[in-house]
Design a protein around this ligand. Structure first.
Ligand code: HEC
Length: 98
């Protein structure tokens, strides 16, 4: 992936604050996992799939399945568009670059 796009980071942060902070914090475990270093432990494709189709992922992907067994709450579909999911990914890349 290329250089971090600051505009996309801002957009992603805004969407994250609206749709994800009910269950996620960056630094600490909450309803779901802490998301710091997510871009180091998962591929960009995996992260995008988890944002777009969390239910399918916890049914079909071994790593997502294991998370559900640990957290015992199903991440719900937040109706994020492909474009918005890409912006959130950029926000995660920015966090992990620090
Ligand atoms: C209802 C609570 C909830 C909401 C809202 C939610 N998540 Fe989750 N998320 C979870 C849980 C719980 C897991 C662990 C998998 C599972 O149990 O479904 C998870 C897992 C993840 C993972 C994988 C974490 C890892 O360590 O691999 C990512 C990435 C993620 N969520 C991103 C998001 C983003 C981005 C949003 C907002 C668009 C969001 N989540 C909204 C509860 C939530």
């Amino acid at each position: 992936m290329g250089a971090i796009d600051k505009n996309l980071v801002q957009k992603g942060q805004k969407i994250f604050n609206e749709k994800c902070t009910a269950c996620h914090k960056i630094e600490e475990r909450y309803v779901g996992p802490a998301l710091k270093d997510i871009t180091k432990r998962r591929t960009p494709e995996w992260i995008m799939n988890m944002i777009l189709e969390p239910v399918k992922m916890t049914q079909e992907d071994p790593d997502a399945k294991a998370l559900l067994e640990e957290y015992l709450t199903q991440m719900t579909n937040q109706n994020v568009s492909l474009e918005d999911a890409r912006a959130i990914l950029e926000y995660f890349r920015e966090i992990d670059s620090k």
